[in-house]
Design a protein around this ligand. Sequence first.
Ligand code: AMP
Length: 283
Amino acid sequence: MIIEELPENAARIVREWRRDGKTICLVPTMGYFHEGHLSLMKHGLQLADKVIVSLFVNPTQFGANEDLSVYPQDLEGDCHKAERTGVDLLFCPAASAVYREKHQTVVSVKDVSNRLCGLNRPGHFDGVATIVTKLFNMFSPEFALFGEKDYQQLVVIKTMVSDLDMPVTVKGVPTIREHDGLAMSSRNSYLDPEERAIAPVLYETLNDIRTSFKTKKTPAAVLPLVEKAKAKITRFTQCSVDYLEVFDERDLSPAEVISENCRAAGAIRINGKVRLIDNLSMK
Ligand code: AMP
């Protein structure tokens, strides 16, 4: 596996691969790899001849009071995991090499960025769309993979690619979970044992909504199910709900009645500090 910090060197390596007729898949990440990240890498290896993993804790997608300065890192461990998985290039640039002096361009995908997580994290998806655009321009990949774990991010990127005619195929990869349902996340490392024991409640409530939809003969109204789910979460005094919603998974528009095209998603905070997100398809 090649490990490269400099964008121009990494881009040159990838250009040579392309000249040799190789197809390229990009997997953007912020590192601290778990099985969810490795699943994206494995999918990439099935899709293309060469897999590039970018490892970059992108400052522009963090708000002023968020966890940029404490975001977990383990470059050495990540290198081993990526290499063992079969990744061809790990691109781990410094922030100053990505956002050079006087950087002033922002990519903004309007409507789908301003709901759900966008309400609690203003500017977050502009940061995501901007870094992903830069990575697409550096490497011109045929494929790019994103986890369904961050479902809104996947929709933002797909919308951007369609709106701007970007020549890349974006695919979503299913969420990998712990044995008790908790979606794997680098941020789970912030949880102390008591918080970790509570954390699966988010998945459980999303699953309750899905089960109610699947077992009811008549169309299930969203509101009572969401209220019940919120009550189940806030039973734990440590928990608060940023949002819990059911929406059409194609464009994130709110749903009043659940159908197979819907997804339930939520963001909760435990003890005010650890923010967890998750979502579940109603299919
Ligand atoms: P991150 O490093 O958290 O920015 O995640 C990098 C990529 O991995 C994103 O496309 C995420 O959606 C995806 N990802 C994160 N957690 C999971 C998971 N539990 N299962 C599948 N994909 C995931």
